[in-house]
Ligand binder design. Structure first.
Ligand code: SF4
Length: 711
């Protein structure tokens, strides 16, 4: 296999200093331009790194009119100052941003694998890819030689598991060198849908195989393939424990050691991440009526435990340190080896599956009512290798099945596919059609928002009903938690910058189970603090899981245990030890607040990001149908009596639905008012110039843009 060189650029190798390179790499695929960009002190102070750098670079490169498939749209990958250290668990994340085909605003994804850290140690704080190639292209970054090349991709497979193996063999001289490579790719499904994801690889030397972690949400893979990018390859061979060159290595090591000990001592009795990964959540969610079932109609199912953690624990190959970056003792990145798919192009072959994680089990399992673990594994494998986001695929499949049950779709409209609940073979066939770019797969691959409009236009479907049951916000499919009984979580989903993904705020237990957020003020405070705290992981290149999926033994006795104060202190210590700059908890939140508000303003610039964009589909808020109401009649009747002050006796279910709906939607509006007030935004959700100035996000172009929206 040869890959002809189209363009080449040599750069001077320099060590990272205190977590930063102070330069980024710009590549334009349209004209072959490759250059370095310096990181100004203002950019570093205001945007910190990771998602902050990504968004700033993208803001500068795009305009108010930029569409997702314009050449000027970018795919940016950045790390952050803490990323790449091997001492503190969960320090190897990359953050990908692009203007999303699904939402038409920036989407950001936090992803494991070795690409980001290797890119950083190769000399760059971020990679900025603009333009579109006219032929299938590879981008190769050699951090050993200081070399960047745009290469012709030639004849290489599209599906990620094959493509990654083949490119690794090609670029590695020997077995040892495979560990020094990481590849980013998107499969065939990403070419034909708006829900394409990116696969970030790392070499698993115990399995002697390439593993894949996904930057899943919002169509990052779709933009990647639209640019005719087949893969990014990075090589870096000199990783050391101090490659980040921290200001104070001893503190970094000691902080990491404390957490390693805590994980080893407590994980078995807490979340069992080392044995089960995030799949441990399935039975908990089923027990608390929070597991999405039948397109979020219900929160539990008698067969829910067929997908429970113990099922996955048996399937995961155990006693292998499954961390997605060096030094992560929490090791939740499990895999199923020697799986034999029953359908599609790899039927009968033995393949490895990365996962499944909770979101995949709930999205591709319980939500479309598929309670067969083998079927979930099959969908997981094909989604990954085709470059399809499992969360969007799961929510789309559940929506399509709901439409089928309600007569909006039928065999004629689906090309013969019978979308009855639990029919995993049609779900797989739809997935294969997405990969082949044909049939109903092309319709479903455009996502729930697009399908709603299409079904109204083509089939005369009831727009109001579709708006109620189409589980998307801002164009992004909701991730896999039932939010009906938690007002705070409804806000956690639908007041997000990118759309309903739980990585901004996951407040269900605090709100619904433990009743710690009884007032609008308390909910608003949580919807201020937690999205900002979690944003901080994206600025630094950190994984969120070691923050609260493992907790110190005495955490419950601490003030504000939901914040896990000891771990917050760890992060402050880590930041100071790496960068040499001391910050406290207030400044930590301020760092995030600047970028969070900047992202909100970016949404405004692209014509979104106002109150109207923060509204949920009603099914995220309450029961849509008589059937849903009656399935939890005791609960809803009690709420009518105690919260609304209406006696449910002698009222029809239809009447009660209307009253409950009015009450719940009004509560949501009150929550919006409270949250916007706490965030320093107008009642229409626009950050005020005064607030932006107070937090230091006072760039003239940002202030000018919000002023335009306030006039
Ligand atoms: S906790 Fe899991 S996802 Fe996070 S860094 Fe560790 S292995 Fe990766």
């Amino acid at each position: 296999m040869t890959h002809d060189v189209l363009k080449e650029y040599r750069y001077q190798l320099k060590p990272v200093v205190r977590g930063y390179n102070h330069r980024t790499l710009y590549v334009n695929l349209s004209n072959g331009e490759i250059r370095e960009k310096p990181v100004s002190e203002e950019m570093r102070k205001k945007f910190i790194g990771g998602k902050g750098f990504d968004l700033k670079l993208m803001w500068d490169a795009t305009r108010e009119t930029t569409q997702w498939d314009d050449p000027e749209n970018e795919i940016n990958i950045a790390m952050g100052p803490i990323a790449g250290n091997t001492n503190y668990p969960g320090s190897g994340k990359s953050i990908v941003t692009t203007i999303s085909p699904a939402t038409r605003i920036p989407v950001d994804c936090n992803v494991g694998g070795h690409f980001g850290p290797y890119l950083k140690f190769s000399g760059f704080d971020a990679l900025e890819i603009q333009g579109k190639a006219d032929r299938e292209t590879l981008l190769y970054i050699d951090g050993d030689q200081g070399l960047v090349q745009i290469l012709l991709a030639g004849e290489i497979p599209s599906d990620s598991h094959l493509l990654t193996e083949q490119l690794t063999e090609h670029f590695a001289k020997d077995e040892r060198e495979k560990q020094h490579l990481s590849i980013v790719s998107a499969g065939r499904g990403a070419e034909h849908t708006w829900i394409g994801c990116l696969n970030f690889s790392y070499y698993d030397k115990r399995r002697k195989a390439m593993r894949l972690k996904q930057a899943g949400r919002g169509g990052t893979g779709t933009v990647f393939r639209d640019k005719k990018l087949k893969a990014l390859v990075v090589k870096f061979s000199s990783l050391k424990g101090d490659s980040n060159h921290p200001a104070d290595l001893k503190t970094v090591q000691e902080t990491g050691l404390r957490l390693h000990r805590e994980i080893l001592a407590l994980d078995d009795e807490q979340c069992r991440m080392r044995r089960q990964g995030t799949a441990h959540l399935v039975e908990v969610m089923n027990d608390y009526d929070l597991l999405p079932v039948m397109n979020f109609r219900y929160g539990s199912h008698p067969e829910g435990n067929k997908l429970a953690s113990w099922v996955w624990e048996k399937r995961f190959t155990q006693n292998i340190p499954d961390g997605c970056w060096f030094g992560c003792t929490l090791s939740c990145a499990h895999a199923v080896d020697n799986f034999e798919p029953k359908t599609g192009p790899y039927a009968g072959q033995k393949v490895m599956i990365d996962g499944p994680e909770y979101e995949t089990v709930a999205g591709c399992g319980s939500n479309p009512s598929i309670f067969d673990p083998e079927a979930v594994l099959e969908i997981n494998f094909y989604c990954d290798t085709y470059g399809i986001d499992t969360i969007s695929f799961g929510t789309i499949t559940a929506f399509v099945m709901d439409c089928y049950q309600n007569g909006i779709l039928n065999r004629e409209r689906t090309g013969g596919l019978e979308f009855t609940w639990g029919n995993w073979r049609v779900a797989c066939e739809m997935l294969h059609q997405m990969a082949r770019g044909e049939g109903f797969g092309l319709v479903a691959g455009k996502g729930v928002r697009w399908m709603k409009a299409y079904f109204v236009k083509e089939y005369g479907a009831d727009a109001g009903f579709l708006d109620d049951i189409g589980m998307e916000g801002k164009g992004l499919e909701q991730s896999e938690y039932q939010s009906k009984e938690s007002l705070a979580q409804q806000g956690g989903y639908y007041m997000t910058n990118k759309g309903p993904q739980h990585d901004e705020a996951w407040l269900i237990f605090m709100d619904m189970v433990n009743n710690r957020l009884p007032t609008f003020e308390a909910k608003a405070e949580a919807l201020h603090y937690f999205p900002l705290f979690r944003t901080w992981f994206g600025l630094q290149g950190l994984c969120k899981l070691p923050w609260n999926d493992i907790e110190p033994a005495d955490n419950a006795q601490q003030a504000e245990p939901n914040k896990v104060p000891e771990h917050v202190q760890n992060y402050l210590d880590l930041y100071t030890a790496i960068t040499g700059e001391s910050i406290d908890k207030t400044e930590m939140i301020r760092q995030s607040e600047r970028v969070y508000n900047f992202q909100r303003v970016f949404n405004l610039r692209l014509g979104h990001g106002k109150r109207i964009d923060d509204h949920p589909p009603y099914r995220a808020v309450g029961p849509v149908t008589v059937e849903e109401y009656e399935s939890r009649v005791e609960r809803y009747d009690k709420q009518l009596k105690e919260q609304v002050g209406v006696d449910p006796a002698d009222r029809s279910t239809e009447e009660k639905l209307v009253i409950l709906r009015k009450f719940r939607l009004d509560q949501y509006e009150q929550l919006l008012d409270a949250v916007y007030g706490r965030r320093g935004w107008t009642p229409d959700g626009v950050p005020t110039p005064e607030h932006l100035t107070a937090i230091g996000m006072d760039l003239p172009e940002v202030l000018a843009l919000v002023s335009k929206h306030l006039r």
